[in-house]
Design a protein around this ligand. Structure first.
Ligand code: HEC
Ligand code: HEC
Length: 255
């Protein structure tokens, strides 16, 4: 009885669906988007020192009616965009430009970032692909010499762009990636930079705090505390230490 009822219900629903055009809708291709871009994906191979890659996407409203871009969103905090004020209405045939700017400092290899364009007619995704180059070996060697003479030099002058400024308004894991990862998680990590995943001794919050705040005299490890000339205030240090204690091994591996 139950089975027959269920079967009838299924047949009834299928009939309603056909009448309403469900099947037809499923096979019709989606209409073309009225906004046509010169490319949906662009690539760049900037120089290491540039720190940022800039892109321009040119758009045309190919429809006979005005189209409104309500919002543009970037896929990452490292990406910003420039365009006319939102909502931005393009008249029929009107052209316009959206600029995308990707900050690739601290990133390595090929990276891809998106701009998401929202209109009533649907989302469009503009992709920016960047080949992030390695630092020139001569520059790297020179930086190491400067840091050997004064390990706090990384927070000063031009060095600050990559070693201090990225700390601004960051906490916890985000902060680690911005200011510690640059040395400790570089793919081609320098030989004098230790792997933090290997514990050589007991490591508690006090141990991590000392390393972060003071670093070590006579090495390339700088002191990050504001009172040492570093970029981090007390609450940033606290957030970082909480993350480090929770994430990395607390004692040496026993065999
Ligand atoms: C454009 C970004 C950028 C600037 C500017 C910069 N660095 Fe670095 N630094 C890095 C990166 C990235 C690494 C990680 C190693 C790598 O990828 O080559 C690094 C690593 C280091 C290291 C660790 C040793 C090593 O070679 O890995 C030291 C020391 C250092 N930098 C010092 C400095 C000093 C001193 C300056 C200023 C004279 C400076 N850096 C300027 C990006 C930068
Ligand atoms: C400019 C490159 C550089 C940056 C940036 C850097 N470190 Fe270091 N770090 C080093 C070097 C070099 C050493 C090795 C010091 C030594 O020889 O004792 C080191 C050592 C350490 C050690 C000791 C590891 C051990 O097992 O003895 C800890 C912990 C540490 N760093 C944490 C951090 C944290 C956390 C950050 C971010 C707040 C950071 N480092 C940023 C270069 C760097």
């Amino acid at each position: 009885m139950n089975f027959i009822q269920t079967a009838w219900r299924a047949i009834w629903l299928a009939a309603v669906c056909v009448a309403a055009g469900c099947a037809r809708q499923a096979v019709e291709p989606a209409p073309a988007h009225p906004l046509v871009w010169d490319a949906m994906k662009k690539s760049a191979s900037p120089k290491f020192e540039d720190g940022m890659a800039r892109f321009e996407f040119h758009v045309t409203n190919t429809s006979k009616y005005p189209v409104k871009i309500w919002q543009i969103r970037a896929s990452c905090g490292c990406t910003t965009w420039e365009a006319p004020r939102m909502p931005w209405t393009l008249a029929p045939g009107e052209k316009g430009t959206v600029k995308g700017i990707v900050d690739f400092r601290g990133k390595e290899g090929e990276i891809a970032k998106d701009l998401l364009i929202s209109t009533v007619e649907g989302y469009q995704t503009l992709m920016m692909v960047i080949q992030v180059p390695l630092m020139d070996p001569a520059m790297r060697a020179q930086n190491q010499v400067l840091a050997a003479a004064n390990r706090q030099a990384v927070f000063q002058g031009e060095c600050a762009v990559c070693h201090a400024v990225p700390a601004e308004s960051r906490f916890g894991p985000d902060l680690f990636e911005a200011v510690c990862g640059v040395c400790h998680q570089a793919k081609h990590q320098a030989s004098m930079v230790p792997d933090l995943n290997v514990a050589k001794e007991q490591r508690d919050a006090a141990w991590w705090t000392r390393w972060v705040e003071e670093g070590r005299e006579g090495t390339l490890m700088p002191g990050f505390a504001k009172k040492r000339g570093g970029p981090l205030d007390d609450s940033q240090v606290e957030s970082l230490v909480e993350y480090l204690v929770a994430t990395f091994p607390k004692e040496p591996k026993k065999n």
